[in-house]
Ligand binder design. Structure first.
Ligand code: GTP
Ligand code: MG
Length: 371
């Protein structure tokens, strides 16, 4: 529990409770002896008695991090980049993702049947993998960002060549900028008669998204999701950006990452699509996703195949959680059931606290000093 009773705090400082109540009142806290004080209030009040408050309460994230296991200091290795596709309604996000999946060498090998799990990895010609998040909704992106756990490395902003920049194009650009991720502009529907890529470059330049050929640093790729033209070239650009970013992770430690989407499914129970950011998730391990705990009962990859483990930069569908977590939630693999209970209980308390704190938008780190 992350609070302390007035009477207990008074005792700690060798005071009588009414003395403490008086000072609390003076500071605008309508206190009584049995009231629970949060850390911020305690930190504010104790200097009046010559004390200094130190927060020894642990956050869920701190406990998860402290109890991480495996080869924690193993050398980091290159992982697949995670790409989010964003853009205005009807500009072709879904079609582009379909076209990309069509270019998947591995899918071709497996007979071309891919299962939709909200995130998928594509093997490009040189054998490298790129992971795409099939949740282009701005809400999911914002939720992830708000939780300080942005899972995206690169944003692809789709703009229809015959339509031009639209309000949601601007929003998408702002999201990418705020998240500090590099972007690629996919000028889509190039097959259409009215396609005018120069106009789009002009419009985006006004948002300070300047094409390379105009002296800026943003790559514009002219594509047609419908005719599947320009897709390979665009994937090549994604690969180059990823190489520059040197995205690395340690697959030898316990897994941690983000919930991309989650739902309740008949016969399966809670089903969550995880994106592993670091480490490896294995069947049988204990997990906490958001406030929900569980044990990994099964893992399924984006090709619909059962797998025993999933590493950094890759998505998988997990079964075995006690309930459905929220999209954007952080997840951690923890060493045992006790730790799973502890982390999930702490997260629940923190979530409750955040919900009843006036500025509920504040991050948990703001509310609970990091240990
Ligand atoms: P929302 O999810 O509703 O925001 O749309 P979206 O951005 O996912 O667009 P979607 O892929 O559904 O495509 C919208 C329409 O544009 C569909 O009718 C597509 O067939 C069409 N379209 C997408 N890409 C192309 C393209 O390259 N050329 C042409 N001619 N039409 C396209
Ligand atoms: Mg769509």
């Amino acid at each position: 529990n992350n609070t302390m009773k007035v009477s207990d705090l008074a005792m700690e400082m060798g005071l009588k409770a009414p003395q403490l109540v008086k000072v609390l009142m003076k500071n605008g806290v309508m206190a009584n002896m049995n009231m629970d004080l949060d850390f911020d209030t305690i930190a504010l009040i104790v200097p009046e008695f010559g004390w200094e408050a130190q927060n020894v309460f642990k956050t869920a994230d701190a406990v998860a991090e402290e109890t991480a296991f495996g080869e924690l200091n193993a050398e980091a290795v290159i992982r697949p980049p995670v790409v989010t596709v964003m853009g205005h309604v009807d500009h072709g996000k879904t079609s582009l993702l379909d076209a990309i999946r069509n270019a998947d060498v591995a899918a071709g090998e497996a007979g071309g049947i891919t299962q939709h799990i909200g995130a998928y990895s594509v093997k490009i010609e040189d054998g490298n993998l790129i992971t795409f998040l099939d949740t282009p909704g701005h809400e999911a992106f914002t939720a992830m960002r708000a939780r300080g756990a942005n899972a995206t490395d690169i944003a692809i902003i789709v703009v229809a060549a015959d339509d031009g920049m639209m309000p949601q194009t601007q929003e998408a650009v702002n999201h990418a900028k705020a998240a500090g991720v590099p972007m690629i502009v996919a000028v889509n529907k190039m097959d259409k008669p009215g396609a005018n890529p120069d106009r789009i470059k002009q419009q985006l330049t006004e948002l300070e998204v300047v094409p390379e050929e105009w002296g800026g640093n943003t790559i514009f790729c002219e594509v047609s999701a419908l005719k599947k033209t320009g897709i390979k070239e665009m994937l090549e650009q994604v690969k180059l950006l990823a190489e520059v970013a040197e995205l690395k992770a340690n697959p030898k430690r316990s897994g941690t990452g983000i919930v991309i989407e989650a739902k309740m499914e008949k016969g399966k129970g809670p089903v969550a699509t995880l994106l592993v950011k670091d480490g490896t998730v294995e069947v049988g391990q204990y997990i906490v996703a958001g406030t929900m705990k569980g044990r990994v009962r099964s893992l399924t990859n984006d090709k619909g195949e059962r797998i025993q483990s999933v590493g950094p930069g890759l998505p998988a569908e997990v079964l075995g959680l006690e309930a459905v977590p929220a999209a954007g939630d952080k997840f951690d693999i923890v060493k045992d059931e006790d730790t799973a209970n502890e982390v999930s209980t702490l997260r629940k308390e923190q979530a409750e606290k955040a919900a009843t704190t006036p500025n509920a938008k504040m991050s948990l780190e703001d509310i609970f000093a990091k240990v």
